[in-house]
Every structure is written in C-alpha cells, then in structure tokens.
Design a protein around this ligand. Structure first.
Ligand code: ATP
Ligand code: MG
Length: 394
C-alpha cells in the first residue's frame, strides 16, 4: 500500500501575487530537510504539498517528523493513496484504516471531493466508507459530534487519499522569506525561544554569542552551540559567531561605576551585534528580553540599550511571562539544555544594585571614561565562526 504525506499550508494561502515566491521557498526547504531520510518527490498543488517516497528505503515516519518542523505548514497527514474510483477507495479504507483506528472507540468520516465530476457526493462517500469501517471493526461506533478519530477521504485531481487525522505543523511562514536576523544567543531559556519565534516569521537566523573566557568556560560556550543546534531543526543552518568580552568587561570594572556595569555591557553587545549584522547582511537584531524580567529589562533600561544599535531590535518575548516562555522552550526541545548550570558573561562582575531607571546622559558619561572604540574593535576582529546544523535536519 502506498503512503504519502499531505502538508497543508498556513498563511501562504493569503499571499496573493507573492504566493509562488513563498511556495518555492517552502518546497526548497522541505526538499533540503527530507534529503537525510530518503528520496522524496515534493510537489505543491492546490495549497497542499505532496511528499511521496520514491523508493522502498525512504523513511516516511522520519519525513513526517521533519515536515512537522518546517515553518509554513500548519498540518501534516500521513495518508494512503489509491485510484479515483469507489471500489479502490473502499478496499483501501478497509485495509488501511483499522490499523490507524486502533484504540479508538468512536469515529466519523468526512469526505471532500475537489473533483466535482466524481459520481458520488461527499455525504455518499462518507456513508460508504463508514459502512466498511463498521463491518470491519465491530467495536467501533459512529459519533458525528465528538469522535475519537475523524477519518478523511479526499478525492482530488489525480488520486484519492484516505487518512485518519492530521498532526499539527510548525505554522508561521517559510524561513528565508523575511530576510536575515542576528539573534543574540545566551545560554538561557529566553533567547532560543526568541530565535525560534522569529524564524517562524520567516527570518533566517544567524546567532551571536558573547563569552568572557576564563570567567565563562568552554563548556558554557558549547552549551550555547547545542542550543543553536536544536533551533536548527526548525530554522535550518545557523551561522554561529562568538565574540569575547573579557577585555571590555575588565575595563568596565576598572573604570566605571558599578551600578552601570550591566547597562554598559549591554550597550557594547548591541554595538558589536550591529557591526556583525552590518558585515553579514542581517537586517535586525533579536533578543530574548521580556519587559520587567530583570533590572536591564525595565522600560528605561531597554531605551538606553536600544540607543546603541542602528538596526531594529526584535524582542518577541517582550510581552510573555516566564511560564509562557518555558512552555515554548519545552515544546521546541531547548528547555533541558537551557537549564544546565553554566555561567554567562552577564553574570560576571554583576553590580549589587544595578540601575533600573538609568538616564542616557549619565550612561554616556560613563562611556567617556574609557576607550570603548578600541576595545570593541579588538573584540570584533577576533570573532570566531562555525556553521551549525542538527543531524536531524541534514
Ligand atoms: P536568556 O534566558 O535568553 O539568557 P535572560 O532573561 O537571562 O535571557 P539577560 O541575561 O538579561 O536575560 O539577557 C537578555 C538578552 O540578551 C538575552 O535574551 C539574549 O538575547 C541577550 N544576551 C544575554 N547574554 C548574552 C550572551 N552571553 N551572548 C549573547 N546574547 C546574550
Ligand atoms: Mg541570560
């Protein structure tokens, strides 16, 4: 029996004249992601992507898991295929569905024909398929209001498909259709979620991590690389860069007032991130900040931080509370890695009483006390680089 994956578009259907651009990007991404689990034909027709295994060795179960992580798709169904005639449809339903309905007590059938020349109406198709199921599985009952499983029969242009429900896709719009953004990636819970959310809105994600070796360890950096790897299951290949802030942090400690350390450091991060974004073609910066979460995320502190960057800064977690962010982190699989106990450069030389209501002119006066330009040039010139792509997305 031949199985196929049917992937339903989300927002792409609303794209009007640009639809084919979004569709092409989606198909390219799907082909790339599925390459690692076999030889698949990937085609789009009538706002559905058809994924068909081209040989016996291709792993449809793995393909399903990968397709569920591709942005732009809202639902994926694993379906059996047959010719467009009632005899074949009923035979297929009898062979395929009992296995799919194992454990279910109630069901209903919904049929849909996009080919209106098909001799039976949708209710007639539903009734006949329902009849086959009832005779094959005597324990099953029909419940049209609240069934355990909804069986779908779709009679389309070329073939007919039978399946027992769909799984939720990643939603959003295809990665790459909105340009490129630079994610400031720490080892915490919030920034991987922020990167995921912006990839979902079509951005290719580059990641920038700041370390402070030897105050932060090699393991701390590798933990951040692992987070990027998990994100890449959704976002695709991530260009991962690391800049050391050690010299800058020591100079801030030696020359500036303690209560301004964190803010001054965050402004250095933004200036450096802006330069990285400029050099590597990223149109926006992305952070995991959430309003009021810590001293550096008050409205005043965010205002002072923003002033240091030229690009828009996207903060998709800004209105979420920790619990909501954790829920997303668990769902995308970053949470367990994020909570591993490693140090971050933001926790090196943290002030005892950080400024929560900073004034820009006072912050600028602190910056005058040292040659930040030279320190930042030196940090920028020693940037480390590697590409990260999860084996699950290769
Ligand atoms: P997270 O959970 O993402 O670490 P957080 O709540 O701990 O965030 P902060 O440490 O104040 O908050 O950092 C706010 C944001 O600044 C982070 O979400 C991240 O985008 C960025 N950031 C913090 N530390 C680093 C770092 N070492 N390298 C790169 N970006 C960082
Ligand atoms: Mg953090």
């Amino acid at each position: 029996m031949k199985e196929i994956l049917l992937c339903k578009y989300g927002e792409i259907v609303l794209k009007g004249l640009n639809k084919s651009y979004f569709e092409k990007t989606l198909l390219r991404t799907l082909k790339d992601r599925l390459a690692g689990c076999g030889n698949f034909d990937v085609r789009a027709m009538q706002s559905t992507v058809y994924i068909e295994a081209m040989d016996e060795d291709s792993l449809i179960e793995d393909a399903l898991e990968r397709a569920k992580k591709v942005f732009g798709i809202v639902a994926v169904s694993r379906a059996a295929v047959c010719e467009k005639n009632m005899e074949d449809i009923l035979r297929l339903a009898g062979e395929y569905l009992p296995q799919q309905l194992k454990g279910a007590r109630t069901f209903k059938v919904e049929a849909k024909r996009s080919d209106k020349r098909f001799p039976l109406t949708s209710p007639q198709i539903s009734a006949e398929v329902g009849g086959v199921l009832l005779s094959r599985c005597p324990r099953l009952k029909v419940d049209v209001h609240n069934p355990d499983v909804t069986v779908r029969v779709e009679v389309r242009e070329e073939k007919a498909f039978v399946h027992a429900g769909s799984e939720k896709g990643a939603g959003g719009i295809p990665t790459g259709t909105a340009g490129r953004g630079l994610l400031l990636l720490s080892g915490g819970i919030d920034s991987p979620v922020a990167g995921y959310m912006m990839a979902k809105r079509g951005l290719i994600i580059d990641a920038l991590h700041f370390e402070s070796f030897p105050y932060t360890s090699e393991q701390a950096k590798e933990k951040v690389a692992s987070l990027a790897e998990i994100m890449s299951e959704y976002a695709g290949k991530i260009r991962f860069r690391v800049i050391s802030l050690t010299a800058i942090q020591e100079a801030l400690r030696d020359h500036c007032e303690e209560e301004y350390f964190t803010l001054l450091l965050r402004r250095c991060m933004m200036r450096l991130a802006d330069r990285v974004a400029e050099k590597f073609g990223c149109g926006a910066l992305i952070t995991g900040e959430s309003l009021g979460q810590v001293a550096s995320q008050t409205l005043a502190a965010i205002g002072v931080t923003d002033e240091a960057a030229k690009r828009p800064i996207f903060r998709p977690c800004i209105g979420m509370d920790k619990e909501e962010i954790v829920t997303v982190a668990r769902r995308i699989g970053t949470f367990e890695t994020s909570i591993l106990p490693y140090e971050d450069c933001c926790t090196v030389f943290t002030p005892r009483h950080p400024k929560t209501q900073p004034e820009l002119y006072k912050v600028l006066a602190q910056e005058e006390k040292l040659d930040l330009k030279t320190l930042e040039d030196e940090a920028f010139n020693r940037i480390e680089y590697r590409e990260i792509l999860s084996p699950m997305a290769k």
